[in-house]
Design a protein around this ligand. Structure first.
Ligand code: SF4
Length: 259
């Protein structure tokens, strides 16, 4: 059985004694891409375990706050992906780019003609065949303060705050990959920070970042919560000229795992 540890934040899933794989995997499944400009496209999701951040609203709790998973080799993962009838693969987490061997996985998927999306918090850059970098920079409102910490003590707040943004790394994504910037928006108070950050990334990158590549996504892991946030965030997208992205998987399946 996997052994989970949340004390380090980098090496977050311990290798089991008999483990012979390379990447800690929390789950692998086929569904519809729920977010971003490929929303609605059937895709195989490869969810790695482990994250260097701890957003209080994390919708993949068992890859960050309580990381669990088993280690798999690249060949096994490619074989599992091939078992589904989809030509898009979404590598997600957790933070998939924590794990160096994800580059080998992306190479293998590209060799087989898959379109690859990588969902990342944008704090770690790796050179790999990525068709769409879906980068979700974390705003101040993501910090797990004592009041918001799902565990109630706020011990991750300082580390999260220190690690959550690296403008140079974000600009490198924009320069090297077809990139969408996806912001989880809790309300109008987030917009000034988003505007400032988009401006800083544009200043640091050589490649233009159009408004349509900046996506506002309502915060919410349940239909009930999305009912409170989606209209507010849609109105903000209209007001600021950015793109709105739904959370189709929450609309369709609420908070069911494997969706
Ligand atoms: S960066 Fe993503 S996976 Fe990591 S804690 Fe935040 S929401 Fe969860």
């Amino acid at each position: 059985m996997p052994v989970a540890s949340d004390t380090d934040g980098v090496e977050t899933v311990e290798r089991t004694a008999d483990g012979d794989g390379d990447i800690p995997i929390n789950e692998l499944f086929c569904s519809l891409q729920g977010e971003g400009r490929l929303a609605g496209v059937p895709s195989v999701f490869v969810r790695t375990s482990g994250c260097n951040l701890r957003c209080w609203f994390c919708d993949s709790y068992h890859t960050s706050w309580e990381p669990t998973g088993d280690w798999y080799g690249v060949d096994d993962l490619v074989e599992a992906v091939a078992g589904y009838d989809a030509d898009h693969v979404v590598l997600t987490g957790g933070e998939p780019l924590l794990h160096a061997d994800t580059v080998d996985l992306l190479d293998a998927l590209a060799d087989r003609g898959y379109h690859t999306t990588v969902e990342t918090n944008g704090t770690i850059f790796r050179d790999a065949p990525i068709d769409l970098a879906s980068v979700s920079p974390k705003l101040r409102s993501s910090t797990p303060t004592a009041e918001r910490d799902p565990r109630g003590d706020g011990e991750w707040a300082e580390r999260h705050e220190r690690r959550r943004l690296d403008v140079e790394t974000l600009a490198t994504f924009v320069d090297e990959y077809d990139t969408q910037l996806k912001f989880v928006v809790t309300g109008p108070d987030d917009m000034a920070e988003i505007e400032r950050l988009v401006g800083r990334i544009r200043d640091a990158a050589d490649t233009p970042l159009p408004d349509e590549a900046v996506l506002l996504m309502p915060e919410g892991q349940t239909r009930e919560r999305l009912n409170e946030t989606r209209r507010v965030v849609a109105d903000l997208a209209v007001e600021y000229g950015y793109r709105y992205t739904p959370r189709l998987h929450v609309d369709l399946w609420n908070d069911a795992p494997g969706t």
